[in-house]
Design a protein around this ligand. Structure first.
Ligand code: 2AM
Ligand code: CA
Ligand code: CA
Ligand code: CA
Length: 267
């Protein structure tokens, strides 16, 4: 295992311990509200601090950006760790055991290492660019679906962008009729990891942040999948609008969604 992936794994497991401990003693979780449906807890922050400490202990010059504690530029800006300490906070708060730690390392802007860790199930998804993706050290691959029939797709609702709800629902309906079923599990990082592992065939969501998808995108690509935006382009990092699956399936998803989406989402 690459030494930097090894550190990412250590950081994810350390954060997972913090999260699990608090999940079991729920009364120690303080819920703070960032927006009308945007929650954060002391656990998100503690887990992010744990990840930062673990990374900086080994790589004190590296830079880090995370959802809760913002960006911390080290003297080496070529190495940027992109972290979501707790992806699926709403599930965590409600007591739904489905959330993850997501850690990616970008070197000069390109993602080289990725970890998505589900502490409840003890499932560790890892990838190094060019070396494939693994679940608990076993090679994983996307399902080789070529069209929508029989597929199960994961998605997320545009809870923060309610102005996009109507077009999302129209696009959803157009796609849904061609699939076997859809899932909305509440952790984008795990949705991507599940695509990589072939547990769902594809995934799409609008308005995600870099820390939601940085690690998951590498997992999907290293598992043989295609990651794209809603126009079939490559702007998903900037727009946060993301579609993925086996290459032909991702294209089939784009083809169904695209006619129902406004220009603002087609990037
Ligand atoms: P978070 O838990 O780290 O905030 C799922 O759609 C994605 O959106 C998750 O990655 C989740 O990340 C984020 N999210 C933020 N607020 C949400 C909400 N109210 N409901 C569901 N997901 C939310
Ligand atoms: Ca959040
Ligand atoms: Ca997230
Ligand atoms: Ca989060």
């Amino acid at each position: 295992m690459h030494p930097m992936l090894n550190i990412a794994v250590r950081a994810a497991r350390n954060a997972g311990k913090v999260i699990l401990q608090k999940f079991e003693e729920k009364d120690k979780v303080e819920v703070l509200q960032k927006g009308s449906n945007d929650f954060v807890t002391n656990v998100d922050k503690d887990a992010e601090a744990m990840i930062r400490d673990t990374i900086l202990k080994s790589y004190p010059k590296h830079s880090i950006v995370g959802e809760e504690l913002g960006q911390q530029l080290g003297s080496d800006a070529d190495y940027l760790w992109v972290i979501d300490p707790l992806d699926g906070t709403t599930n965590f708060i409600k007591g739904i055991p489905h959330f993850a730690v997501s850690i990616a390392l970008k070197v000069k802007g390109r993602t080289e290492q990725a970890v998505v860790y589900d502490p409840i199930r003890g499932e560790l998804f890892t990838a190094t660019r060019g070396q494939g993706a693994q679940l608990n050290s076993k090679r994983i691959r996307v399902n080789k679906a070529t069209d929508l029939s029989g597929t199960v797709l994961a998605t997320g609702f545009p809870f923060k962008q309610k102005h996009h709800m109507e077009e999302y629902m129209n696009a959803f309906s157009a796609l849904f009729v061609h699939t076997a079923d859809m899932r909305r599990a509440g952790s984008a990082a795990l949705d991507l990891a599940y695509v990589a592992a072939g547990r769902v065939d594809g995934f799409f969501e609008i308005g995600l942040k870099p820390w939601d998808t940085a690690a998951g995108q590498l997992l999907v690509k290293e598992a043989g999948g295609l990651v794209t935006d809603f126009a079939g382009g490559n702007n998903q990092d900037k727009s946060g609008n993301i579609v993925c699956g086996a290459p032909k399936l991702a294209q089939a998803i784009v083809k169904e969604l695209r006619p129902h989406l406004s220009d603002a989402l087609l990037k």
